[in-house]
Design a protein around this ligand. Structure first.
Ligand SMILES: [Zn+2]
Length: 303
């Protein structure tokens, strides 16, 4: 009998559902609907139900379990959501509410953990480092998220904050963060943080891509200073991870990961900091799955 895997990527603006053949990894159907988070928490639950009903109607297949990638984390003790930038989810027993709405059990993990899991199991890692056991996945986008995968399993952690390196504090007296701290990694080298830094030192507003291009052209000292900030702060911040879990692979996603310096100069900077006396062997990899990492990671939760 053919078995199908169901995964949902619940985002702040869209909800995407995929049904996949478990044997061939062939995608049977993929559908997106808007989250409409402004309409509140209950509305999000009803949108999820609507999406699943659409998938059932079009495939004529009934799911018996579904994996979910979510913004923020389900607290393993309290069983309520926390750390969601879609703030209406925070404090809500979302796993229970989705299970009641759908009438089946679900698995949940946050989006950065799903990214790491997807790239580790179906993405770039099996292709470039098939024997890798410990993978650190990092999303360097509008925020900074992280996830740790060991032997194909996400390390969720006691508080559900395993991998939440984006909120490690790396700058004394830095920019205040929505998490309540200041100077978090996210406030130093996420895309908007770098753009803000450039704006502060140059007096001009530019997108990160343009800042990088101006650095490459060698015509804008402020752009070069901004890229230097990325390289120095990212390399140093990564050494705290490498000295603890010493991953075989670090795979990067998000807009900032398109900057080549992440794989060259930031890696060289890491080498300056870690407790090691020879060249860093950790592979720094670009992602393979793009926007699909969330939904594929969700599927891996129920494989
Ligand atoms: Zn923070």
């Amino acid at each position: 009998m053919k078995k199908y895997l169901w995964g949902v990527d619940l985002g702040g603006t869209k909800i995407e559902g995929v049904v996949m053949n478990a044997e061939t990894n062939e995608i049977l159907i993929r559908k997106r609907i808007p989250t409409e988070a402004d309409s509140g928490y209950q509305h999000i639950i009803s949108q999820i139900k609507k999406l699943i009903d659409l998938l059932i109607a079009e495939t004529n297949i009934q799911p018996n379990r579904i994996g979910f990638s979510t913004p923020g984390t389900l607290d393993p003790t309290l069983q309520t959501m926390k750390n969601c930038n879609t703030t209406c989810m925070n404090g809500e027993p979302m796993k229970r509410d989705i299970e009641i709405a759908l009438g089946i059990p679900i698995e949940m993990a946050n989006d950065a953990n799903c990214f790491a899991l997807a790239e580790a199991t179906m993405g770039i890692v099996p292709e470039k480092a098939p024997n890798a056991q410990v993978i650190f996945g990092v999303i360097l986008g509008t925020g900074v998220g992280g996830g740790v995968v060991v032997n194909g399993k996400v390390i969720g952690g006691r508080h559900g904050i395993g991998g939440e390196w984006g909120h490690n504090v790396s700058e004394e007296n830095g920019e205040p963060c929505y998490c309540g701290k200041a100077g978090c990694n996210e406030k130093v080298f996420a895309g908007p943080a770098l753009e803000k830094y450039y704006s502060k030192i140059s007096g001009e507003n530019r997108k990160l891509k343009e800042i990088y291009e101006r650095h490459l052209a060698g015509t804008d000292a402020h752009a070069t200073a901004t890229m230097k900030r990325l390289v120095k702060s990212l390399g140093k911040a990564l050494h705290y991870v490498v000295n603890v879990i010493d991953p075989d692979v670090i795979v990067f996603g998000g807009g900032v990961s398109n900057i080549d310096l992440v794989y060259t100069e930031a890696k060289a900077e890491l080498e300056n900091w870690i407790f090691n006396n020879r060249k860093v062997e950790t592979l720094f990899l670009r992602p393979k799955l793009g926007d699909s990492a969330g939904v594929f990671g969700a599927i891996e939760l129920v494989r």
